[in-house]
Write a protein that binds this ligand. Structure first.
Ligand SMILES: NC(=O)c1ccc[n+]([C@@H]2O[C@H](COP(=O)([O-])OP(=O)(O)OC[C@H]3O[C@@H](n4cnc5c(N)ncnc54)[C@H](O)[C@@H]3O)[C@@H](O)[C@H]2O)c1
Length: 362
C-alpha cells in the first residue's frame, strides 16, 4: 500500500511487544525503527517481528532525529515517558504514549506544552477505554440515570500481585501500584463522569508488603509504594475516594461505586483477589440502584461476560486513524493531565502528611 504511516518504537521491553503485534497486523503502517538504551535490545526486538530492514538505535534522540518517521509509540518505563515524548514532538512526530502519562505533574505539563507547540497528537494508552462494559458504565452515567454524581469510590486491588522488573524501581517506575494499576482505576472513575478537574488530594502510601521478605523475595530492590489511598476533591462538589494496592490481607478494597442524586451504580471486579487494575477491560456485575414509584430498586445491567475484543489493537488502531485523519487524539492529554495531577498529588500529600492543592497553570 502506498503512503504507509511510518512508525518508530521507543523502548522495546515488555509492552512494546503488544504495540508491535498490533502494528504488524495493520497494512497501512510500517515500523521503520526501534530504540532502546540496552545495547542490542532494539535490534533483537525488530528482528523478532521480522523487521530486518528497520533501523535499531540505542538512544531515543537518534530515532527522533529521523525525518522520515511520522509517529512513535513511547513504551519506556515511566521515568523516561516525558523526555522521550517531548523529543518526539519537538521533531514533528505524533505520539502514542503508554500509561501513566508521566511521574510528576511538571513532566505532564512539559508534554502538554510540547504537544501544543508541535501541532501533533499525543494519545495515552489506556486500552480499557475500548472495552464494552467500560463504555456501558460511561453511557449509563452520561444518560442522566444517576442524576448529578457527587461521590465516586474506586475499587479493586490485588491480594498478592507485586510485579518485578522495572516496576519496583523508583528510578525507573517513579511510582509503584499507584502508577501501575492505580492510574487505570483513576481513568475509569474520572472518564465515566466526564473528567472533572481535581482540586485537592489528601493521601497515604505504604510499602508494607514490598519491603517484607515474608511477602516479597527482593525487598532491598523494592523502592516504590505498594498501597495508596486518597480523598480527592473534584470540581463540581464531587468527591473521589481512591484506594489501590498490589498486595493486602483482604480480597478487595471494595467495589467501584458512583453515587448520584437520582441513582447509584456499583461495578464489581470480575475476580476477587487478582485484579489487574481493569487493564483488560473486564468487570464483574454492574447494578443500578434507583427508586421506581418510590420503591428502592436494584436493576442488574446486562454486561458482556467474555470480552473478546482486541483492546490493545483498538487503542493502536485509534491512534493510527487519528494521525491519518488529523486528530483529535482519542485519549487526550487535556484529560489525562488530571489523572497525572492526582498521581502527583498523592505522592506529595503522602510525603507531607497533609492535604495538597493539585490545581495547576499551563
Ligand atoms: N497498557 C498496558 O497494558 C501496559 C502493560 C504493561 C506496561 N505498561 C506501561 O508500559 C511502560 C513500559 O513497561 P514495560 O513492562 O514494557 O517495561 P520494560 O522495563 O520491560 O520496558 C521498558 C524499556 O524501555 C527502555 N528505555 C527506558 N528509557 C529509554 C529511553 N530513554 N530510550 C529508549 N529506551 C528506553 C528500557 O531499556 C526497557 O527496555 C510502562 O510505563 C508501563 O506502565 C502498559
Amino acid at each position: 500500500m502506498a503512503n504507509k504511516l511510518r512508525i518508530g518504537i521507543i523502548g522495546t521491553g515488555g509492552i512494546a511487544h503488544a504495540h508491535a503485534g498490533a502494528y504488524k497486523r495493520f497494512e497501512d503502517v510500517e515500523v521503520v525503527a526501534g530504540a532502546d538504551i540496552v545495547p542490542g535490545k532494539a535490534r533483537k526486538f525488530l528482528d523478532e517481528f521480522g523487521w530486518a530492514k528497520a533501523d535499531a538505535y540505542e538512544t531515543h534522540e537518534e530515532l527522533c532525529a529521523r525525518k522520515d518517521i511520522d509517529a512513535v509509540s513511547v513504551c519506556t518505563y515511566n521515568s523516561t515517558h516525558a523526555v522521550c515524548t517531548v523529543a518526539a514532538l519537538n521533531s514533528g512526530k505524533h505520539v502514542l504514549l503508554e500509561k501513566p502519562m508521566a511521574v510528576t505533574i511538571e513532566q505532564g505539563l512539559d508534554i502538554l506544552r510540547a504537544e501544543k507547540k508541535s501541532g501533533k497528537i499525543v494519545t495515552i494508552g489506556f486500552q480499557p477505554r475500548y472495552g464494552q462494559n467500560f463504555r456501558r458504565v460511561k453511557e449509563i452515567i452520561s444518560s442522566g440515570a444517576l442524576g448529578d454524581v457527587y461521590y465516586v469510590q474506586t475499587g479493586g486491588g490485588r491480594r498478592r500481585g507485586i510485579p518485578g522488573g522495572t516496576f519496583i524501581d523508583k528510578d525507573k517506575a517513579g511510582v509503584g501500584a499507584l502508577a501501575d494499576i492505580g492510574c487505570y482505576a483513576l481513568d475509569f472513575a474520572l472518564n465515566s463522569i466526564g473528567y472533572p478537574r481535581p482540586l485537592t488530594v489528601s493521601a497515604v502510601a505504604h510499602d508494607h508488603f514490598g519491603k517484607n521478605p515474608k511477602y516479597y523475595p527482593n525487598p532491598d530492590a523494592f523502592s516504590v509504594d505498594d498501597f495508596s489511598a486518597a480523598f480527592i476533591r473534584l470540581e463540581g462538589g464531587i468527591t473521589l475516594d481512591f484506594r489501590m494496592t498490589w498486595a493486602m490481607h483482604m480480597d478487595t478494597t471494595g467495589d467501584f461505586i458512583f453515587l448520584g442524586k437520582e441513582g447509584g451504580l456499583k461495578v464489581k471486579q470480575p475476580n476477587l483477589e487478582l485484579w489487574g487494575g481493569a487493564w483488560d477491560g473486564t468487570v464483574g456485575d454492574i447494578t443500578l440502584y434507583h427508586d421506581v414509584l418510590g420503591y428502592p430498586t436494584s436493576t442488574p445491567i446486562p454486561i458482556v461476560r467474555d470480552e473478546k475484543g482486541d483492546l490493545f489493537g483498538s487503542k493502536v488502531r485509534a491512534f493510527v486513524d487519528a494521525v491519518k485523519t488529523g486528530g483529535p487524539a482519542p485519549i487526550p492529554t487535556s484529560q489525562i493531565i488530571y489523572n497525572q495531577a492526582i498521581i502527583d498529588g498523592i505522592i506529595r500529600s503522602a510525603t507531607a502528611g497533609r492535604e495538597v492543592d493539585v490545581t495547576f497553570k499551563l
